[in-house]
Design a binder for this molecule. Structure first.
Ligand code: AMP
Ligand code: MG
Length: 683
């Protein structure tokens, strides 16, 4: 990443505070710190600047963007200040604009003073009716002879851009430019901000903070109740992907040096018009609303953006089943610890045997009762399975092959040297690696650990995953309304994955109640369902965007959109769709590998197996489909309805048939990929 923090502000020229609750006239600022977004709203410019100061003071390399014009059309700067430089206008404004802590300001007086520096009437125009500003015309059409063109060059490349000469009424941006640019010189001094391209030219300085002009409408807004908020999120996303060539001289821009200094440019506007294309996203944030994200991109993004969060605990081996190993484990000692007999029979030193009956040495060797004396050369001793080989024994003859009589034993055939014995350490030797980090411990793994001398094992503390359910319509199972299907289902899925489910109960459509519930959760991750789109009652989205940043993933998958990814005070939140079939599918496909990764397991996706279809279907391209399926007679049959409300199909199914992204026509007998629920840890 070129910049550690992307700080995007949607400015406002309001003359009074815009209210304490989030609203569309407020200033919205999004700080994207290494891909994690933090969205804030501010009722005053002073409050917004205070927070911007704080974020810059964090000391990370920051790209700071404001959405007001940071330059004016040709001739404006020189006419006002005598110098053809936008930055000279900033200083001029900073010396004259007053802006109170409650937004009270003198911008129309200053605008009038600007107009007096130019001949004729204008160039600035627009003011509230009834105010006494003889040198600031109320309508643009009454201006004449001021000599300044209406637009900057960059504005001709952006269809919808308004002229910065217009200070008032619908869509005007001129007032914001005056108020904003007046604040910039002080901000620059406080944080050593270089200004692109006014100061740097069309080039990206190798280091240091950079101040740029942005234009949020270049990119489709992220879903948010308030469009301005969605726009700063989307702009932060887009600039997070900015490549170095976004900053370099637009190739076919004549007069680039003058334009840079005098007019400025909007970062992300290509000279041919329109927006630069954001590069493929490299972090947690996907380009929102731009396109449907392929399943594999969504999975790769989860894989790359989540890391394990749980502590290490040392637990007795007998309590370690199902736990995730926190470190590679090596054998503490050999298995078997000593050479021993693999069968019941007669032990001897192979090389010392003479032909004929073998004299029997006194005593016997049994498991747990080692024989204390060496066995004399040419003798045999009675030995039982598991007994340590006594000194002087290297081979065992099977009891069934021997006849004992008169203090001797006669063998039907002499076995090969070393036969029917187990060497010390033939299974594992001391120090041999036996179990790998991240392994979810199964009964055979415990067996090996114990055989190799372990009494305890280092495992990960269980990942605590909180599950609330949301929505006024949802009632407890057995109640009168829409029963809460998701929460018990998800809690049980988590338990099956070896995680520690935490029941966070049901919360109605009440943002404060949901916030309180999440605040008290005390979990490593939160898995919620419902309230995940951008609708009025979808409090989860809104809370996340206000508190810690939110990403809306529109994944090209059926069933299952949208998926919301966010952080609540640093705790990852997975917002599953409310529909139970979609919630189940998204939990199994997306949440499972992500949560297991956080819990300390390696990333893993189901492999499935190819089986013949027992159904026919034709599928449109553009998304992956997970059909509820089961195997009968080796072929995959699918549930008779794909309706995503059909919970009966979930229970009927024993797995998914996964149909790939492209178009497909499937006839009975065609190969399809079947993923058993057991492979997804659902059984
Ligand atoms: P939402 O995502 O909140 O718009 O919800 C989509 C659908 O899922 C609606 O029909 C909800 O009633 C339903 N839904 C939401 N949460 C649950 C739940 N916990 N159990 C069953 N259905 C739910
Ligand atoms: Mg809802």
């Amino acid at each position: 990443m070129m910049f550690e923090t992307i700080l995007i502000a949607d400015w406002s020229a309001a003359a009074s505070p815009t209210g304490s609750r989030p609203n569309k006239d407020a200033i919205w600022v999004c700080a994207d710190r290494e891909g994690v977004q933090d969205l804030r709203y501010f009722p005053t410019r002073a409050a917004a600047l205070d927070w911007i100061d704080e974020v810059l003071a964090e000391g990370r390399r920051t790209l700071l963007g404001f959405d007001f014009a940071m330059g004016w059309p040709p001739g404006f700067a020189a006419g006002l200040t005598g110098e053809p430089r936008a930055l000279a206008v900033w200083d001029w404004l900073a010396a004259r604009i007053t802006d109170g802590p409650e937004n009270a300001n003198n911008r129309f007086d200053v605008a009038e003073a600007i107009n007096r520096a130019f001949p004729g009437i204008g160039p600035l125009w627009g003011r509230p009716g009834g105010r006494d500003h003889p040198d600031l015309p109320e309508r643009g059409t009454t201006r004449r002879d001021h000599g300044i063109p209406e637009h900057r060059r960059v504005e001709s490349a952006v269809r919808s851009a308004q002229s910065a000469l217009k200070l008032y009424t619908t869509g005007s941006v001129g007032s914001q430019a005056l108020m904003g640019c007046a604040a910039l010189p002080a901000l620059r001094r406080r944080h050593a901000l270089a200004v692109w391209p006014q100061e740097t030219g069309f080039a990206l300085p190798p280091e240091g903070n950079l101040l740029v002009e942005i234009y949020p409408s270049l990119w489709p807004p992220a879903p948010h109740q308030i469009k301005d908020a969605g726009q700063v999120i989307a702009t932060a996303h887009a600039l997070r992907t900015a490549a170095e060539d976004w900053f370099t001289a637009p190739a076919d821009l004549p007069d680039a040096a003058r334009i840079a200094t005098e007019e400025g440019w909007i970062l992300g506007v290509s000279p041919e018009g329109g927006a630069m294309r954001p590069a493929a996203s490299d972090c947690f944030a996907l380009p929102p609303g731009v396109a449907w994200t392929p399943v594999e991109t969504a999975l790769a993004t989860l894989r790359d953006s989540l890391s394990l969060v749980t502590d290490v605990q040392e637990v007795p081996v007998e309590q370690a089943a199902g736990r995730i190993l926190a470190a590679p484990v090596a054998a503490l000692r050999a298995n078997p610890p000593a050479a021993n007999a693999a069968v019941d029979g007669w032990g001897f030193a192979h090389a010392t045997l003479a032909p004929g009956p073998i004299p029997v040495a006194p005593g016997r060797a049994a498991a747990g009762h080692p024989h204390p004396h060496p066995v004399p050369p040419g003798h045999a001793i009675r030995i039982l399975t598991g007994a340590a080989l006594p000194a002087g024994v290297d081979t065992v003859a099977l009891q069934e092959d021997a006849t004992e009589a008169d203090g001797t034993v006669v063998l039907r055939a002499i076995p090969k040297p070393g036969a029917n014995t187990r060497r010390a350490g033939e299974d594992v030797g001391p120090g041999d690696p036996i179990l790998s980090d991240g392994l979810r411990l199964r009964p055979p793994d415990l067996a090996l650990a114990i055989a190799a001398g372990h009494a305890t094992l280092p495992v990960r503390a269980p990942l605590r995953v909180g599950v609330p359910s949301t929505g006024d319509e949802i009632v407890a199972p057995g109640g009168d309304g829409i029963p809460d299907v998701n929460r018990p289902m998800l809690l049980a899925m988590l338990a099956g994955w070896g995680l520690a489910p935490v029941d966070l109960g049901h919360v109605g459509d009440d943002a404060q109640a949901l916030a309180d519930r999440l605040d008290g959760a005390g979990c490593d991750a939160i898995l919620t369902s419902g309230g995940a789109s951008a609708g009025a009652e979808d409090h989860l989205s809104r809370l996340l965007s206000e508190r810690g940043g939110v990403h809306h993933w529109r994944i090209a998958v059926k069933p299952g959109r949208p998926l919301v990814l966010g952080h609540w005070d640093g705790t990852p939140v997975f917002g599953l769709p409310g529909n139970p079939v979609a919630a189940f599918t998204c939990a199994a496909i997306f949440a499972r590998p992500a949560l297991l990764r956080m819990a300390g397991a390696p990333w893993s996706e189901p492999v499935g197996r190819i089986v013949p279809a027992a159904f026919a279907k034709s599928k449109k391209p553009g998304r992956v489909e997970f059909l509820r399926a089961r195997l009968r007679d080796g072929a995959a049959e699918v549930f008779h309805s794909e309706g995503s409300g059909r919970v009966s199909g979930l229970s009927w199914a024993e797995g998914f048939v996964e149909l790939p992204h492209g178009a497909a026509t499937i006839a009975p007998g065609d190969p399809v990929r079947y993923i058993a629920f057991t492979e997804l840890g659902i059984g």
